[in-house]
Ligand binder design. Structure first.
Ligand code: PLP
Length: 358
């Protein structure tokens, strides 16, 4: 009889609540208005011949490397950051090896590591979901082969300092340090330039968030030349499709579009945090395009109330230490106006709900 590997049988399917997502989608940290309109023009110029050919990744990889200030051999285009995570696990994890993650964090690190048969050590975030530097340093052991850190972290929006990250890379020279910078544009700090000189540092970026290309599935994994050479061996030559490769240079070139989008998100993030503060709702000061608020006993009712007003937000209660927390994506100014209006309407309703619960 056909049987799957034990570690796969033990895995739960990761099933993000996509379903019917009509309304203003503030539940998946996507760009709320979509990519630069120039991307659509480029997409429309594609021909059936373009689609008939296998995609050629290298020319675009060279462009992206130059955009990142790296050499082509240090850069791999991936089918989203998700694929970069999987490739790193395939390249560097043997069964029984250890992977260190922060709890809570992005789910794919744990899934990909477990699928390799690795052991996952989840280090709880500190108070206020602060980055647990000491906890990670303490967790590093002789079998640590991977440490995955999202900076800013998802779902909290909290960050680690460059100093802390380099300290971790130094403390675990036999481990791949995956620094996931999916939300880099909204934060503005990066370790990308350290890639050529830190032998175990890999930095991932995505075009799913600020660039608005989540549906195309394209990301970047950067790392030092020799370690990246091994990752490349594990990768399909056609992992990024023709459409994504055609659109990517156009998306990168329209810097004005991304800058404008990021500026609106940053302003919206401050406005949302101010409203939460005024209403006495605890939140993590965020450096990403979302804010995690603690709505306690009325969390589920808040999600429903926002849904009724046409706004999707994400209940993160099942994440470690996140009971009662809702993650709210921030988009362009008009969407922030809509979000805050709905939140202001929902909160008084919820206040009476809290009283009922008490
Ligand atoms: C920290 C983090 N990394 C990676 C991803 C996924 O990126 P991609 O769409 O490039 O696979 C997400 C998506 O939510 C994320 O939050």
């Amino acid at each position: 009889m056909l049987s799957a590997r034990n570690v796969i049988v033990a895995l739960h399917e990761y099933h993000p609540p996509l379903g019917d997502r009509t309304g203003l989608r503030l539940d998946f940290n996507e760009n709320t208005v979509g990519a630069s309109p120039r991307c659509l023009t480029r997409l429309r110029a594609l021909t059936v011949e373009d689609l008939a050919r296998y995609p050629s990744r290298e020319p675009i990889e060279r462009e992206v490397a130059s955009f990142l200030g790296l050499r082509p051999k240090e850069v791999l285009l991936t089918n989203g950051v998700d694929e970069g995570i999987r490739l790193l696990c395939e390249t560097y994890l043997e069964p029984g090896d250890e992977t260190i993650i922060v709890a809570p964090t992005f789910a794919m690190y744990e899934i990909c590591a477990l699928a390799r048969g690795a052991r996952v050590i989840a280090v709880p975030a500190e108070k206020g979901f602060a980055f647990p530097l000491e906890g990670i340093l303490t967790a590093i052991g002789p079998r640590t082969r991977m440490i995955a850190i999202a900076n800013p972290n998802n779902p909290t929006g909290t960050t680690a300092t460059e100093e802390a990250l380099l300290q971790i890379a130094n403390a675990a020279p036999e481990a791949a340090l995956l620094l996931d910078e999916a939300y880099y544009e909204f934060f503005g700090e990066t370790l990308m330039s350290a890639v050529p000189r830190v032998p175990n540092l890999f930095v991932a970026r995505t075009f799913s968030k600020a660039y608005g290309l989540a549906g195309l599935r394209v990301g970047v994994l950067a790392g030092p030349e020799t370690p990246m050479g091994y990752v490349r061996r594990a990768c399909s030559p056609y992992n990024v499709n023709t459409v994504a490769l055609a659109v990517l240079p156009t998306a990168l070139a329209d810097t004005e579009y991304v800058d404008q989008y990021v500026a609106e998100v940053r302003r919206g993030r401050e406005r949302l945090q101010k409203v939460l503060l005024e209403r006495g709702i605890q939140y993590c000061p965020s450096r990403a395009n979302f804010v995690l608020g603690d709505f306690g006993a009325v969390c589920k009712e808040l999600v429903r109330s926002m849904n009724r007003r046409g706004i999707l937000v994400r209940d993160r209660s099942s994440d470690p230490d996140c009971e009662g927390h809702v993650r709210i994506t921030v988009g362009v100014e008009a969407h922030t106006d809509k979000l805050l209006a709905a939140l202001r309407e929902s909160l008084p309703e919820l206040k009476s709900a809290v009283e009922v619960v008490r």
